[in-house]
Design a protein. Sequence first.
Length: 320
Amino acid sequence: IFITRKIPEATLDELQKIAYVTMWEDEMKPVPRKRLLKEAAKATGLLTMLSDKIDAELIDQSRNLKVVANLAVGYDNIDIPYAAKKGITICNTPDVLTDTTADLTFALMMATARRITEAAQYIKEGKWTGWSPLLLAGTDIHHKTLGIVGMGRIGEAVAKRAAGFDMNILYHNRSRKEEAERKLGLSYRSFEDLLKTSDYVVCLAPLTEETKDLFDEKSFQTMKASALFINASRGGVVVEKALDRALTEGWIKGAGLDVFVEEPIQPDHFLLRHANLVALPHIGSASLETRIQMVRLACKNIENVLQGLTPPAAVNGKDA
Ligand code: 8YV
């Protein structure tokens, strides 16, 4: 088994009982493509990160490969149809990260609305020298309209949190989620209607052919000038230059992003110059508890496939 990033040894005990495990030795930097191809060519299983491209080239060179366990709920880094054709089981880490990612999404929404990062910076820079009624005044969250694009597990968990803030909750999704509508009081809207009427537009949709570049100039122009846009799914759902224009020209009021088209971004990235943009380094599922559970689930996925058992989270043929 090859693990494509340095992760704590302690979480690998069960996997090490049944397999010879090697690991890329860097904690921060992705394994170079050449090394990944070399290791994959020898491996029965891979434990991969979003930054590893598992494509036809890699699959064709990896004759012994039976299982790829992604350390993420998303798997847009993997050519799923090709892997299925070659009999490779692809697995992800759903459920264990749902609440943690929903917490972060809500935190990002609140930080953007109430200008938390700006305010924290303000005090650290010694700018707090007095008081004015509008000093760092933000936007309310309670009783506002939230539009969630992508009503999967994390979408539902965000809706649950929003209900506690007395928000009016709209959603748009490929398919209607009637049970969630009943349980959480959600209203289904077309994408355009949702954009037109929401005070907060939160994207939690996976990156697919359909969602790529979904938030373009037209989308941002359709949103209210007072609206805030939050993205905690994948950078690729947004045309970043369009968001840049939307913030520059005041088509929307602000944005909070946990994800970017190319990660990591550099401090000179054009979006970072906007004071009304809160940027986070893709930390949606990054709590210690959840990261340990993700690694354990990824290992269990591999263990089961190697032992001829059904893995707890295979994605082949299923939605994210
Ligand atoms: C990643 C994520 O797992 O689960 C996903 O799809 O985007 C994150 O939780 C994390 O960045 C590690 O790859």
